[in-house]
Design a protein around this ligand. Structure first.
Ligand SMILES: [Zn+2]
Length: 308
């Protein structure tokens, strides 16, 4: 049954016991779990599939609670087909899509299908995916390497566009979810940095949404060392993890991921049974019960990890 979000009260997300490492996490008693609720929940997806992959269970739970979650794809712009680099063309071949416009049309149709399964609205910003931003990132190594210094102005622009969304008009009552940027993909770094900027502004006395960072999937499952390394790099920028039980919505997260057909073979090239990988990782997060986790961004501090 859907509840009126205007009448909802109480904490947005149940909190985990602070300071526990992944291995030490204990199962969360059912009594401590609540259906997550938020008057406005806006999820930043660097790319079309990132939110479904990483925290689709929470999106679906919020939708069930009447919170009208919104997924905003940041790098959803469409490049002209004749401007593609060889690297971008190679990526399209991996995805089994053809010219630039066909690729974007396919990915947007997949996105709509996934959002419908999760019960979320969608928006997209028209920034180009890194593979379409000229010659800066022309290999997988470059895509997961340092951010090009001349792209720093993008952080401010993306942050301003997010804050201008009508869904964040009542920002003091809203929650913004951004990627933690595990795996270091440059577009994920930019989306995290935009969230960092918004959290910093809130700390400077302006009203802003609460900002939480989600665990980028499947990077987290593929490279277990990535999480502690990233958290160490972000010391002072994020607080203790908060855990959301997704026992009732894990299947919808998996169904939404299935909707991104063009991406599955590339994303899950490290596993023969990716739904089992998703379910196992979710159970590890919740200490037995499926869960997803989020790190609140501290307010006030500017990012220490961006290039000077
Ligand atoms: Zn991504």
């Amino acid at each position: 049954m859907c509840r009126d979000p205007a009448r909802s009260s109480g904490p947005v997300l149940p909190k985990m016991i602070a300071g526990r490492s992944r291995r030490e996490e204990r199962p969360i008693p059912h009594a401590a779990r609540r259906t997550p609720q938020a008057p406005r929940a806006v999820f930043l997806a660097p790319h079309y599939d990132d939110v479904a992959l990483s925290c689709g269970g929470t999106v679906a739970a919020l939708a069930d609670a009447g919170a009208r979650p919104l997924i905003v794809t940041v790098f959803g712009g469409e490049p002209a087909g004749d401007e593609l680099t060889d690297f971008a063309r190679w990526q399209h071949q991996r995805w089994g899509t053809a010219a630039g416009s066909d690729t974007l049309a396919t990915r947007r149709a997949e996105d709509q299908a996934a959002a419908a399964i999760l019960g979320a609205g969608t928006r997209r910003l028209d920034h180009f995916d890194a593979i379409y931003r000229g010659d800066r990132y022309r290999s997988d190594e470059a895509l997961f390497g340092p951010l090009a210094a001349d792209e720093l102005p993008l952080v401010e622009r993306i942050a301003a566009e997010i804050l201008a969304l009508p869904e964040l008009a009542d920002a003091a009552d809203a929650t913004l979810y951004v990627p933690l940027a595990l795996g270091n993909h440059v577009d994920h770094q930019l989306a995290y940095a935009a969230g960092r900027r918004i959290a910093a502004q809130a700390g400077a006395g302006k009203i802003g949404p609460r900002v939480l960072a989600y665990e980028d999937f499947p990077y987290a499952a593929q490279h277990p060392a990535a999480l502690p390394e990233r958290l160490a790099a972000l010391a002072g920028e994020v607080g203790a993890a908060e855990i959301v039980g997704i026992g009732g919505t894990l299947e919808r997260r998996i169904a939404a991921i299935v909707a991104y057909r063009s991406q599955l073979a590339v994303i899950f090239r490290f596993t023969d049974d990716w739904p089992a990988t998703v379910a196992r990782a979710a159970r590890e997060v919740g200490g037995g019960e499926p869960a997803e986790r989020f790190w609140p961004l501290t307010t006030g501090a500017e990012s220490a990890i961006l290039p000077a």
